[in-house]
Design a protein around this ligand. Sequence first.
Ligand code: NDP
Ligand code: MG
Ligand code: MG
Length: 340
Amino acid sequence: MTNMYYNQDINENVLDGKKIAVIGYGSQGHAHAQNLKDSGFDVVVGIRPGKSFDKAKEDGLEVATVAEAAEQADVIMVLLPDERQKQVYEEEIAPALKAGKALAFAHGFNIHFGQIKPPADVDVFLVAPKGPGHLVRRTFEAGAGVPALFGVYQDASGTARETALAYSKGIGSARGGVLETSFEEETVTDLFGEQAVLCGGLTSLIKAGFETLVEAGYQPELAYFETLHETKLIVDLMYEGGMAGMRYSVSDTAEWGDFVSGPRVIDADTKARMKSILEDIQSGKFAKEWIQENEDGRPNFNRIEKEEAGHQLEEVGEKLRAMMPFVAKGLKKEEEVTAG
Ligand code: NDP
Ligand code: MG
Ligand code: MG
């Protein structure tokens, strides 16, 4: 059974008199810290000297080193890149963990795959907004909220669940609804979603469509509009009204083409490969390889990122977007957006 919670279901008093350390001030960090502060909570940002440190100060937040923030706080939310968390945790956070404190995450990766092993006398929970950090902030300011998942891995105090819910309310997510999950479920489904559908599936689909048109001799600019640019417009319709809502707005010819050709693109073989991707995530194979890639200094990651940036679709897109200031403006506002 699905358990959903909204603002009116949550009593945030469990965080009265408590201090929350937000560790990291990137996509999620800046949103959590500012939203919690605006919700009336006592927040300190724990961050190394640098760009994020300066930004947090500029935004009027209390700022400290990671170790100091962890020392002062009752709730420590770790919003560092997943692949950096283990080291920073061991060096700067673990020494500050005392019985009764809570350690929190926005993604279950390091706990679920055994990279971080917290002591038994602290609470461990996650609050994972289902959206990019910049939208977590922007929707909060607009009086709305990005829905989130929450889950408890370890309940030493007996109030870990209440704390997780209060935290969700503080960042504005309970305005949209928070859904109870486990670290295992959040970690596996988040990785699967970004790999098979949101990031991996979508970029591969768009690229294959673009290449098919260009290789057949059609203009690259046209192919860009048809495959990448228009994807947002179609996805907006689905976001607002589901697939039926999108199909209502497109022509019947497009809808018929959707029915007869969609299943030829994504077929039972594709689904079988999705299942094997899911299995690699569940077994820990993906995590093991990603951890190894980082330990090796990211040779493949860096090479592929560079190759991808040089794709014809990206070159054409950059020129076209420069002529559409409204699109470029939207991107700037969004800054670095990831699917999380
Ligand atoms: P970002 O990469 O945007 O931000 C990372 C922050 O950590 C930066 O402020 C960076 O500071 C800081 N940092 C990096 N290394 C260190 C270090 N060694 N010591 C101190 N600070 C450091 O991360 P995200 O917000 O994308 O991700 C944070 C967590 O949220 C992850 O667990 C992720 O899975 C999860 N998540 C992310 C989503 C998203 O929208 N991006 C969505 C849902 C969950 P500096 O400027 O100094 O490098
Ligand atoms: Mg069309
Ligand atoms: Mg993710």
